[in-house]
Design a protein around this ligand. Sequence first.
Ligand code: T46
Length: 133
Amino acid sequence: MSLITLVDFNWHGDDRGSLVSLESHRNIPFDVQRVYYMYNTQPEVTRGYHAHKNLQQVLIAINGSCTITLDDGSTKDSVELSSPRQGLLLGSHLWREMSNFSTDCVLLVLADQHYDESDYIRDYDAFLDYISA
Ligand code: T46
């Protein structure tokens, strides 16, 4: 089974441009508690290298593109995000890496929890121990 769950957002386009709306419990499957975004990430940089104990997120490349690789300890899957009309649903207990950022990439993230460093598992062996416990 693939670890990649993509959501296609409705968009409103006309001769003025395009608009996408994100709403909790409509096209975002949780209460949004936090929004953050990454930009100015250089193509040779890889981010992430962690998992979460209890966090749901939706990742959207609202400009440019990047690759997300997910790992549940036995399977690895990758997806390129390159559309502001599509989000990647990202649950807990998945090791994540982000790479191949285009120089113009803006990666927007909606999260269902406030920032909490104690929710992070930043060591891969500790992640394997955590999910097998
Ligand atoms: C994730 C992937 C997709 C904060 O102070 N508040 C925040 O809300 C976040 C997300 C980060 N930070 C601080 C913590 C670090 O000092 O910003 C710094 C960079 O964070 P980090 O190294 O965790 O960034 P990424 O890109 O490796 O991971 C981020 C999220 O942290 C993570 O939850 O799932 O994006």
